[in-house]
Each structure stands twice: as C-alpha cells, then as structure tokens.
Design a protein around this ligand. Structure first.
Ligand code: SME
Length: 149
C-alpha cells in the first residue's frame, strides 16, 4: 500500500471511530502497513511531560513519560518541528528504548499552534525514513490534531 492509499484509509478510520480508540487503530494500521516502522507510539503532552498513549511493536518501552526538552521526543515537542534521525547512535539526545533501533522519526501533533502530542516511530533499518515519510506523517498528525486534545 502506498502513502496516498494509506492516507485515505487513515482518514476513514478517524471519521468512523470518533472515539479515542482511533489512536490505537491508527498505530496498528501504520505498523501493519509499513515494513520499516518497527515500533510506533503516540505520546500525549500533559503539562511539561510527554505521556505514552497507544503503541505497537514487539516490546514495551521504559520511556513512558519523557520531559518536554529531553531526548528526540522531547526536542520535537519543544520545537514543534519534525525530527528525522537517520542514525540514532550519532545523536547525543537519543534516549535508547530498544537495542535494535537504528533510525527514528518524531512528528509533533499541533492543535491551534500548540503541540498536543506526537507520533514516534523507531525503525530497525538505518536511514529508514525519507521526505515521503515526513510529508505523509505530518498529514497524519494534522488529521489527528483535533481528535486528541
Ligand atoms: N528514542 C526516544 C524515546 C522514545 S522511544 O524511542 C520509544 C527519544 O530519544 O526521545
């Protein structure tokens, strides 16, 4: 399935569910659809902390609460900008969750100019994310924005 089809499918999930269960469905769908997305989580901003919501992957992370400003996740929450990390071992901000992770992308979810959450994806493949993933995931974040605050 390509990005445009995935986008349509996600729009339908959001439209049809109408409750917070759509977040888990979206995470599950992304995990099943994109082979290089090895772990996917949605963090929600609660005050100055990112709190892990729905996630999908083979293992749970110990980083269920991350201060805004800390790690890749906290940096994206602070700046409101997407973080694309081709090699996590070269980024000193990186908070390690899984030994298998090689690359990561974090896309903030903004509502009315404020970061309300983010999509965090770890990949076991180095350099897994391209600008296509950035464009696609920023659209997904926009679709989610009004549903999570
Ligand atoms: N690697 C992230 C922490 C979250 S785990 O990837 C699930 C970071 O550096 O903020």
């Amino acid at each position: 399935m390509k990005y445009a089809q995935a986008e349509q499918k996600l729009a339908r999930i959001i439209e049809e569910s109408g409750t917070s269960s759509h977040l888990q469905q979206i995470v599950d769908f992304l995990y099943e659809t994109f082979d290089t997305y090895s772990w996917i989580g949605i963090y929600l901003v609660k005050g100055k902390t990112l709190v892990l919501g729905p996630w999908k992957g083979t293992q749970a992370t110990e980083h269920t609460r991350i201060p805004v400003g800390t790690g890749i996740c906290g940096s994206a929450a602070k700046s409101g900008k997407t973080e694309l990390i081709p090699d996590v071992n070269k980024d000193t901000r990186y908070l390690s969750c899984f030994v298998s992770t090689k690359s990561e992308i974090v896309v903030p979810i903004r509502f009315r100019g404020k970061v309300v959450g983010e999509i965090d994806i770890d990949s076991d493949v180095p350099h897994a994310f391209t600008t296509k993933d950035v464009v696609f995931l920023e659209k997904v974040a926009d679709m989610l924005a009004m549903h999570i605050c």
